[in-house]
Design a protein around this ligand. Structure first.
Ligand SMILES: N[C@@H](CCC(=O)N[C@@H](CS)C(=O)NCC(=O)O)C(=O)O
Length: 228
């Protein structure tokens, strides 16, 4: 049996591989990493992920980091789960990789600016980090909105791990005050995605982890944004 551990934090981008693992359907261990205790920067955790971040997938004792790499690996290792649609050639495969990189390298940094502007600027300047982050994100939300005009999911009729990634981006900025209602197709995509049993199981894992952290006073909350 494959031994799978996902080091994760509720609400963070570790939700992306958590959804993929639930879609695969094999048992796995969801291990919350306690940010508030600096566990992600501890020497023990850094042996798994020297970058001190989640997610980290440990599969049969071997760690793998970075969402793009984790999703690509899971797709190859568990082809029956069809995490990504089949490709006819290397160029198509690289285009899929480019899609995942769009999430990790373009969307995710903007999510962080919108969700945690105080990490980038003093209290007074944080509002401008948030506003400029939202302005930049609008271009990409429109791109996604246009793409979803051609089918229910990013790749048309078939759900893929790319949809799970986009969902996390949507959910994260929705909760941070980005005007997601301006993008009805993307909003509907998020609602439909939340109805998938695998996504509900992933969210239930996060909720249980979050409740455990809250009970110990260790739930992470970003510093508040000053009023506009
Ligand atoms: N490029 C990485 C980004 C990972 C990342 O930024 N994770 C965040 C959570 S969303 C984290 O661990 N933050 C803790 C920190 O940086 O201190 C990936 O896609 O896996």
């Amino acid at each position: 049996m494959t031994d799978i551990i996902l080091y994760a934090a509720p609400g963070s981008c570790s939700r992306v591989p958590c959804i993929a693992l639930e879609e695969i359907g094999l048992p796995f261990d969801y291990r919350p990493v306690v940010f508030m205790q600096g566990e992600h920067k501890s020497p023990d955790y850094k042996k798994l992920n020297p970058k001190g971040k989640v997610p980290c997938l440990v599969i049969d004792g071997e760690p793998l980091t970075e969402n793009v790499a984790i999703l690509s690996y899971l797709n190859t290792r568990f082809p029956d789960a069809a995490l990504l649609p089949p490709t006819a050639n290397e160029l198509e495969r690289m285009r899929q990789l480019a899609d995942l990189c769009f999430c990790s390298a373009t969307l995710h940094p903007l999510v962080t600016r919108i969700r945690m502007p105080r990490f980038f600027a003093s209290t007074e300047a944080a509002r401008s980090v948030f506003d400029t982050g939202c302005e930049a994100m609008r271009e990409y939300f429109q791109l996604i909105e246009n793409r979803l005009a051609t089918g229910p999911w990013w790749y048309g009729d078939s759900w893929s791990a790319m949809d799970g990634y986009l969902y996390w981006v949507f959910w994260r900025v929705d909760g941070a005050g980005f005007p997601t209602a301006d993008y009805p197709r993307f909003s509907d995509h998020a609602r439909r995605l939340e109805q998938r049993p695998a996504v509900q199981r992933a969210l239930a894992r996060e909720q249980a982890a979050q409740a455990g952290l809250e009970a110990k006073g260790l739930a992470f909350k970003p510093p508040p944004l000053p009023d506009a």
